[in-house]
Design a binder for this molecule. Structure first.
Ligand code: F6P
Length: 323
């Protein structure tokens, strides 16, 4: 392996830059050149790339977003477009590819490997933490910390005014951001797509705490909940409790910002290991986190298993600690 490509795909996530940096510098140590394709798979298809050396990735470890740009690239669903991309890689002299993204991006990577014989490695990079085979994806920790900051601030105004707040967090169809934010933010309740039916329990619990004199309530709602996110859930709970409320949608604020120590660390280990795997001839792997360590996981298992189940223990804990 003489020359590797790297790209970021799907939604950007804080820590992606740290992963790019680690991959490039590991490649340099192993005598391998590295190029960065721009704007995800779209850049791969067009052959739009930049050469990446140690200096090109200086001063980026602390920056959110991705220096390579990212996109969702629907054309890549087409096998002919993938063949064109593989051909483009040959023309660019690139013989392996690291894809930083979510499971949709990995599906594209695996197809590129299966159909065109391209060596690929995946790094889970998405704030949603919805990738099978890893306990945490790059960007998740930062996104949850961003949501926590907002919740801590809302607590001040909630406590002063007695207002109830419904805070909508991202996560697409996954409730992982919502659950972790709710537990770490001491929320009065949480509503996630995987357990929408428990909304009745949330109402009951808040009613009990109100009767005991609790003044302000923060309810974290995952954007993917079937009621339609916080704007759908708020009237249901607000009406049942007959309380005034406000809805706060954190939206893309959760995607930006300086990555936390955890995200930088996970990204740095992952970026290094992805390069090492490809250089050693191991293709079709994802560098995930299991038992608090970075490990190689079979990319096909990741794609075939779909999204991991909700953390039922954390859901119970969120309910148990609301008081
Ligand atoms: O997958 C990351 C994510 O931020 C999701 O949490 C969210 O649903 C989606 O991307 C938003 O996508 P877009 O930026 O395309 O609106």
């Amino acid at each position: 392996m003489k020359r590797l490509g790297i790209l970021t795909s799907g939604g950007d996530a804080p820590g992606m830059n740290a992963a790019i940096r680690a991959a490039v510098r590991t490649a340099t140590r192993l005598g391998v050149q590295m190029v960065g394709y721009l704007d995800g798979y779209c850049g791969l298809v067009r052959g739009a790339f930049v050469e990446l050396d140690d200096r090109a990735v200086g001063n980026i470890i602390q920056r959110g977003g991705t220096i390579l740009g990212t996109s969702r690239c629907p054309e890549f669903f087409d096998p002919e477009v993938r063949a064109q991309a593989a051909n483009q890689m040959k023309l660019d002299g690139v013989d392996g590819l690291i894809v930083i993204g979510g499971d949709g991006s990995f599906r594209g990577a695996l197809a590129l490997q299966d159909e065109c014989g391209v060596a690929v490695a995946g790094l889970p990079g998405t704030i949603d933490n919805d990738v099978w085979g890893t306990e945490e994806s790059i960007g998740f920790d930062t996104a949850v910390n961003t949501a926590l900051l907002a919740i801590d601030q809302l607590r001040d105004t909630g406590e002063s005014t007695g207002m109830m707040f419904f805070v909508e967090v991202m996560g697409r169809t996954s409730g992982a951001i919502a659950l972790h934010t709710a537990v770490a933010g001491g929320a009065a309740g949480v509503v996630v797509p995987e357990a929408h039916a428990e909304i009745g329990l949330v109402i009951e619990r808040i009613r009990e705490t109100m009767a005991k004199g609790k003044r302000s309530h923060i309810i974290v709602v995952a954007e993917g909940d079937e009621a339609g996110g916080a704007f759908g859930v708020a009237p249901i709970i607000g009406k049942a409790l007959d309380r005034p409320y406000r809805v706060v949608v954190l939206g893309h604020t959760q995607r930006g910002g300086r990555p936390t120590m955890r995200d930088r660390l996970v990204a740095s280990e992952g970026g290094a290991m992805a390069v090492e795997a490809l250089v050693a001839g191991r293709t079709g792997v994802m560098i995930g986190r299991q038992g608090g360590r970075s490990v190689e996981v079979n990319l096909r298992d990741v794609v075939n298993n779909g999204h991991p189940p909700v953390n039922a223990g954390l859901l119970r804990l969120a309910q148990q600690l609301s008081g």
